[in-house]
Ligand binder design. Structure first.
Ligand SMILES: NC(=O)c1ccc[n+]([C@@H]2O[C@H](COP(=O)([O-])OP(=O)(O)OC[C@H]3O[C@@H](n4cnc5c(N)ncnc54)[C@H](OP(=O)(O)O)[C@@H]3O)[C@@H](O)[C@H]2O)c1
Length: 269
């Protein structure tokens, strides 16, 4: 397995959005030992510098850019600058994301728009800019970090789920259109990161380093879609297959329970 990972990742030029925290940070830690050229993006430059400093002894190269993925021109410029610096782009991880509750009870337009602009539009800006480099190269890998919350319309999380299923469908469309590019859509279950800190209902919870190892393996295996952990993958498939006439009334009951327990505003996953 180690050989397979080394063969895939060694020397790759990799751009990660949302590298300042959680999954993005753990991905950088997991990839740096392979001797890669890592582009680290997010709004908090100080955190990116800390991360690069921590990984300095791995021998990997680091490039840092403070960038808000909601700013289209800034994203395009950042991707182009990294590709110019690294003389190409092998892998992009569209990972930046935010999550808030979006029930009718807690409807905050600023949060709704932040989710749509970051998770969906920001990811599309990132991927389109990366494809503008990869397609002429006739090679490259696009990884979209979606979510197990895209399994179905979920109470309290309608907008978050929309951003993630929207991204998954965009990834699949591109995969059909562009056979020379690898597309891997990842649906994480619960991982212990700041996005869901404070949520007491995180089941099958993983720590970021374990999640990162699973993801870099799935990409190296060139999976089209990868949902983890395996229990969440089974649940995702099952829930996805249930007809609406069963799903809606059952979820109404569960949604009422969830609403009763929903004191917090910041969303999970
Ligand atoms: N943790 C889970 O259980 C879980 C489950 C399913 C899916 N996911 C997805 O995994 C991805 C990573 O989340 P995480 O769990 O690692 O959460 P996190 O620790 O809160 O990290 C989110 C990252 O996104 C970046 N980000 C947020 N808004 C941004 C913006 N406007 N421009 C650029 N970067 C921005 C943040 O960096 P700055 O604040 O520095 O900009 C941060 O690095 C997200 O897409 C999330 O939806 C997480």
């Amino acid at each position: 397995m180690e050989n397979m990972l080394r063969k895939y990742w060694q020397g790759k030029r990799i751009l990660i959005t949302g590298a300042s925290s959680g999954l993005g940070w753990a991905l950088a830690e997991a990839l740096a030992p392979f001797g890669v050229h890592l582009g680290l993006m997010s709004r908090r430059e100080q955190k990116l510098q800390e991360l690069a400093e921590t990984l300095r002894d791995t021998g990997s190269r680091f490039w840092i850019r403070a960038c808000d993925v909601r700013q289209r021109e800034a994203v395009i410029r950042a991707v182009q600058d990294f590709a110019a610096e690294a003389s190409g782009l092998d892998v992009v991880w569209a990972n930046s994301g935010v999550g808030y509750e979006s029930s009718m009870r807690h409807w905050e337009w600023d949060e709704i728009e932040a989710m749509l602009d970051t998770n969906l539009k920001g990811a599309i800006y990132t991927i389109k800019a990366a494809l503008d480099v990869m397609v002429p190269q006739r090679s490259g890998t696009v990884v979209g970090i979606c979510s197990a919350a895209s399994m179905r319309g979920l109470p309290l999380h309608g907008i978050y789920s929309v951003t993630k299923i929207g991204l998954a469908y965009f990834m699949e469309s591109m995969a059909v259109e562009l056979p020379s590019i690898q597309f891997t859509t990842i649906h994480p279950g619960y991982v212990d990161t700041p996005i869901n800190a404070g949520n007491p209902n995180r089941f099958w919870l993983l720590q970021p380093p374990e999640a990162a190892q699973k993801m870099i393996r799935a990409v190296a295996k060139k999976k089209h879609v990868y949902t983890y952990p395996w229990q969440m993958m089974l649940l995702y498939r099952l829930v996805h297959a249930v007809p609406a006439w069963i799903y809606v009334p059952v979820m109404r009951k569960m949604g009422r329970l969830a609403l009763r327990g929903a004191g917090k505003k910041k969303k999970d996953q």
